[in-house]
Design a protein around this ligand. Structure first.
Ligand code: FES
Ligand code: FES
Length: 199
């Protein structure tokens, strides 16, 4: 039998498309300059300011922030993506910085809790947390606040049940949940919250 089809042309369309995408990605990667595995300069734009961290490519955004750039407002709880203490924004979206490589954030905007206050004025969500006593030890609070501001912007704060669901990635061992929800409701319902939920 004279079968001239190649393994690739025999493959179903989805597998073929994936193979082509892999080849394309491999070609694109090959054209990138090699970086690492030793320390390299990684440029990060954090709270509107470009900073350079000299780190190994395997360093998480959380460790780059805390250990290399001394922005210690972002907290390390579990370091494995389950507690939410390390929540920051990348391009306005909340991410777990312990599971995000710092290097992958080059060319993106990173916002941390240090970037929320403007001109010496606390963000409305920070003020609401204080007003509603929405913390005890305060360890989870930076992550809670970063999530809470994003939650309103995402439109996921209509009801208490929705707030609880969409804040469920942020754990609070002090169980300040009712007060946290009260703070979020307050900002959601206030004119300031509606105008300034972007941070
Ligand atoms: S420290 Fe990142 S989720 Fe716990
Ligand atoms: S205030 Fe203590 S863990 Fe949330």
């Amino acid at each position: 039998m004279n079968d001239t089809t190649t393994p690739e042309t025999q493959a179903p369309p989805v597998a073929r498309r994936r193979a082509q995408a892999r080849k394309k990605q491999a070609a694109a990667n090959a054209s990138l300059p090699m970086r690492g595995p030793t320390e390299v300069d990684v440029t990060l734009k954090i709270n509107g300011v470009e900073q350079v961290a000299r780190i190994e490519p395997r360093v998480s955004l959380l460790d780059a922030l805390r250990e290399h750039l001394l922005l210690t407002g972002t907290k390390k709880g579990c370091d494995q993506g389950t507690c939410g203490a390390c929540t920051v924004w990348v391009d306005g979206r909340r991410v777990l910085s312990c599971l995000t490589l710092a290097m992958a954030c080059e060319d993106h905007e990173v916002t941390t809790i240090e970037g929320l206050a403007k001109g010496g004025e606390l963000h409305p969500m920070q003020r609401a947390f204080i007003a509603h006593d929405a913390f005890q030890c305060g360890y989870c609070t930076p992550g809670q606040i970063m999530s809470a501001v994003a939650l309103i912007r995402e439109g996921h704060a209509s009801t208490d049940a929705e707030i609880a669901e969409w804040m469920s990635g942020n754990l609070c061992r002090c169980a300040a949940y009712p007060n946290i929800r009260a703070a979020i409701r307050d900002v959601r319902d206030s004119e300031a919250g509606g105008n300034d939920a972007s941070g």
